[in-house]
Design a protein around this ligand. Sequence first.
Ligand code: HEC
Length: 270
Amino acid sequence: MNKRTLCITLLTLLSFSHLHAAELTLELGNGSQRLSSAQLLAHPQAQTIEISDDVSYKRNMHYRAVPLAALLEGVQPGDHLQLLASDGFAAELSAAPALSQTGSQAWLAIEDPEQPWPTLGNGKPSAGPFYLVWQNPGASQIGPEQWPFQLATIRKLAPVTQRFPQLLPAADASPAVQAGFVQYQKNCMACHRLNGAGDSQFGPDLNIPHNPTEYFSGDFLTRYIRDPQSLRRWPQGKMPGFNEALLSRTELANLLDYLSHMAGRKTAIE
Ligand code: HEC
């Protein structure tokens, strides 16, 4: 093999491996850092963990994982984090449960390209290359929307209320509306925008041009949130249902109060 051919072969190999090398981006307020799967798998705190009742795979799973806290250098419990997935899902998370040594334990699971994880269903990719999983999620009220898979970026950002004042209820709104806003941030914001506000591109805007409380009659909106496919059945539907364990009756009632309150607070976009 002459030098030139060798060179081209090496370049081809390099670009090929580049296609397969996944990277996680960390933006924690001190510039941007990229970590490859190989670097993360070699992290001194990497270990094999068991996750019972995995939210995405719906069964017990084992992963090579690093405690999320080990990657969050300089992040304080009062800080706010956003976890962006490659499909447009954007989970909002206060840093406290991610850093805490008690209660729920957050882990960054890393897919080893040599031992790929199962797919998330027929024709779908796996939850990798990076996936945020929790041990004992109930202890810190961690819901399914705080398990972002196909994770690409973790950023430290200002809290939601500062970044998106268009989401705020009126200052004199009832406690139920305020409580509903908390549920909105926890359960809906990872996929939806409202008044154009939010970083997700996954589902439709829930206020503009119309708020679902304006066009769902009777209890159809409740039924839709509990089980979207009970109202509109189609194979490509991506919205998950929220049962009573995830969203109690009171929490759902508060969420609907928040949504109808926001119908009266539309902001003009465009
Ligand atoms: C994992 C992403 C995801 C989450 C979380 C989510 N949604 Fe959705 N939602 C979607 C998608 C995607 C659609 C479009 C239909 C589909 O693909 O299922 C949708 C559709 C809807 C619709 C129907 C809009 C219409 O008129 O067709 C409503 C109402 C809705 N979502 C409300 C909510 C509320 C309220 C929450 C929080 C409790 C929520 N969604 C949480 C992804 C999500």
